[in-house]
Design a protein around this ligand. Sequence first.
Ligand code: NAD
Ligand code: AHE
Ligand code: ZN
Length: 369
Amino acid sequence: MDVRAAVAFEAGKPLEIETVQLEGPKAGEVLVEIKASGICHTDAFTLSGEDPEGLFPSIFGHEGAGVVAECGPGVTSLKPGDHVIPLYTPECRECDYCLNPKTNLCQAIRTTQGQGLMPDGTSRFSYKGKPIFHYMGCSTFANYTVLPEIALAKIRKDAPFDKVCYIGCGVTTGIGAVVNTAKVTPGARVVVFGLGGIGLNVIQGARMVGADQIVGVDINPAKKPLAEKFGMTDFVNPKEVSGDLVAHLVELTGGGADWSFECIGRTDTMRQALECCHKGWGESVIIGVAGAGQEISTRPFQLVTGRTWKGSAFGGARGRTDVPKIVDWYMDGKINIDDLITHTMPLEEINKGFDLMHEGRSIRSVVVY
Ligand code: NAD
Ligand code: AHE
Ligand code: ZN
């Protein structure tokens, strides 16, 4: 079938809106009509050419919501008309990873997903007779896409697509990092580096679990009012700190953070996030994604003296199980998504969404089909 898609033909170039061809679902696969898709910093990261797994030409987008249009042979858990959120971290419930309670990183289809292909090693998308790669197993910058059944969370039908699409990445990543990965406890002192689409969800997660102090660190002061609305108690702009930023944060938190979260994707701020943690027990969670060839470093003494460095992917969430629950939280008014969706636009204007992100003028832009 013909579908409308924003195609990334080349790294560093704007996306191009084209009619591309999409093959129907094969065994175990599902055709989904995408109704809305958020634009995450990771889409921009891969488009920049910095992602070692970046492939071109490709259809990006991994923060979508839509309706099942058709099921391939053998699909049992979904039917046409079901509302779904695509999962870049699937949940097969059978692999060694799914059976281990310590991780959410289902590996059932990870190899082909990283190659931009469906699990049978081929692409469903093509343009002028040549294959186009899938992206993160989702490719939600197209009005129809095909996904494996294990990479779809079934959600309630009364949830608005243009809001809950954000649960497909940003909301779950930020809140999940607090609740599942760090397991932040009431009364904690938390430092959040980066007050964008992820960091603000870390803040709302920290407030939800009862953190006492939530320090936000960002070089863009325009992020302050919204962060305060979401629960930030103190704002630090590194450009306005005269001395050492780490020493400033340690003093502000009365000895260091119980937990810190890096939501930017820079190795220098990852180091600062670790080193502002409290001696003896502070834990730092890396969420930000850094480019090819970049490495983190610190003095081993930082770890010897009781700080812990860890990371979080998709907020440690198991998508088919946890995503429908997070949709319920939103519908029950327990979490705020509406205020974080600062812009919506048709697919034709998707590049404007990327520009707004780079200019620091949006939190989340959502493409509505
Ligand atoms: P964003 O662009 O919305 O936000 C980034 C924020 O960092 C901005 O507010 C910006 O002003 C701030 N910033 C930039 N440089 C800074 C600096 N030197 N010091 C302090 N603040 C600085 O991006 P986002 O969508 O929130 O994504 C954040 C990061 O998380 C990206 O690297 C993205 O790829 C990654 N991410 C990871 C996961 C995961 O599962 N681990 C999921 C989603 C996104
Ligand atoms: N492909 C990159 C890494 C990109 C990355 O870290 N992706 C995160 C999700 S970011 C969502 O916005 C993730 O979940 N990674 C786990 C995984 O298995 O991909 C690289 O460096 O190769
Ligand atoms: Zn994302």
